[in-house]
Design a protein around this ligand. Structure first.
Ligand code: MLT
Length: 427
């Protein structure tokens, strides 16, 4: 507390009248003390400090462990060399991404699924975390938001920071419409009973690994069209889908171009968690509205925001991402994903043989295990007794209680070792 400020005319004003303090965005105070994965990292490093002899195996945060595909490394090197020469050097690139990458994405990720996405509808960025977190800036304060529970914490936390929720009470933020995903509904959210304006969906799902079929996605798109709502569709894990009948993109669903924005990432697909490159698709048909009901072009709005706050992904990174779409890159990415999916199958087998039910791991790198017990205690037990890091389900929302998430992102050797260690604990 400072001292009262003396007015030049000797008139003494109270501290309150001279309230010149810098005020905080108190919405941040509603958040849990720390981000889930930072919290886990702290617990793990405390454990490691006390048990330096135990080699901890991390199957917690979905961070890839295999090196970049050789095609990407080669493209990266070539691009760095270009940056080293005056004749090929590049400064600022287009904020939305270089044409070469946007064209490769449209042709490589969408055309094979018979979906037309124009390169101009693609915004290249440094991560789907940032994009899913930032996109809410385009909406009014008082929109009604539907969020699955459990859910990737970024969707909730960024809306809390923006002041669109009340306080955190009984494991939930007031003001949000939670869509429970439980064993009873096969972890697939049902349409909300009340009207909502913004809907977050993620398939293959993080954290549950559940996938949505065409009929399920069609229901959501129909709902959004009927209610003039918008779907933010996180497809960061689409590359892990094995079944060709499961949609890889929301735009395989009729009408989705009018009501859905899609987020994609090279992080898990091609080992880019440390390299950073992702993209967001905003179709030209997508509209949101003013309070008077006038339509606003969402693509133009996101473009405005993106150009103001983002200066583009580096040229070498975009060249490395482009190489994913070369024939060699495609083959190498397939090999990477297959290896993680073999891990996922192994984890599923061990977990189910131990008598637990689980979802995920078939079209996703995450296995969502129903333990039926306190998830932080289960997490602690696996860490302390087996030296294996998982993610406690409740960290993703109150419906995640009684579950843990096991990630398949690690080497085969480490996954085998982790399974050998946890098998006796699972009983
Ligand atoms: C996760 O483990 O849920 C993800 O790795 C987090 C992320 O992609 O930001």
């Amino acid at each position: 507390m400072g001292k009262p400020v003396e007015h030049p005319t000797a008139l003494i004003l109270t501290w309150k009248e001279y309230n010149v303090m810098i005020l905080a965005n108190e919405n941040f105070l509603k958040l849990q003390a720390s981000y889930l994965f930072s919290d886990i990292a702290k617990r793990v490093s405390a454990f490691q400090k006390n048990h330096p002899d135990i080699a901890v195996i991390k199957l917690g945060i979905g961070d890839v462990t295999s090196p970049l595909p050789p095609a990407c490394v080669e493209a990266f090197h070539t691009a760095i060399d270009e940056m080293a020469s005056a004749s090929t050097f590049r400064g600022y690139g287009p904020e939305q991404g270089y044409e070469f990458l946007r064209e490769a994405i449209a042709a490589g990720d969408y055309a094979p699924r018979k979906v037309t996405i124009a390169p101009e509808e693609i915004f290249v960025s440094d991560g789907a975390k940032c994009d899913t977190g930032n996109f809410q800036e385009l909406f009014a304060q008082d929109i009604r938001i539907a969020i699955p529970d459990p859910v990737y914490p970024v969707y909730v936390d960024t809306n809390v920071m923006a002041g669109r929720t009340g306080p955190f009470e009984d494991g939930a933020f007031t003001g949000l419409v939670y869509l429970p995903c439980t064993p009873e509904n096969q972890y697939l959210p049902a349409l909300p009973d009340e009207e909502v304006d913004l809907i977050y969906l993620c398939f293959p799902n993080n954290p549950t690994g559940a996938v949505a079929d065409r009929a399920c996605l069609q229901e959501w798109v129909d709902y959004a069209r009927e209610h003039k709502a918008l779907i933010l569709f996180d497809a960061a894990y689409e590359a892990f889908i094995r079944d060709p009948d499961i949609p890889r993109t929301i735009y395989e669903i009729e009408g989705a171009r009018e009501v859905a924005v899609e987020f994609r990432s090279f992080s898990k697909t091609a080992g880019f968690t440390g390299t950073r490159c992702a993209y967001t698709v905003v179709p030209k048909e997508c509209q949101i509205y003013t309070s008077h009901g006038e339509p606003i072009d969402l693509h133009a709005l996101w473009n405005r925001r993106h150009c103001t706050k983002f200066n583009g992904v580096s040229y070498p990174v975009q060249r490395a991402a482009e190489a994913i779409y070369s024939p060699g890159g495609q083959q190498q990415v397939k090999t990477l994903i297959n290896a993680y999916m073999e891990n996922a199958a192994r984890i599923r087998t061990v977990v189910t043989e131990a008598g637990y039910t689980c979802v995920g791991g078939e079209h996703s790198p995450y296995i969502w295990v129903h333990t039926g017990t306190d998830s932080w205690s289960f997490f602690d037990r696996l860490l302390k007794e087996a030296g294996v890091v998982t993610t406690p389900g409740v960290g993703f929302g109150s419906c995640g209680e009684g579950h843990i998430r096991i990630s398949a992102f690690n080497s085969r050797e480490n996954v085998e070792c982790a399974m050998d260690r946890i098998r006796p604990i699972l009983g």
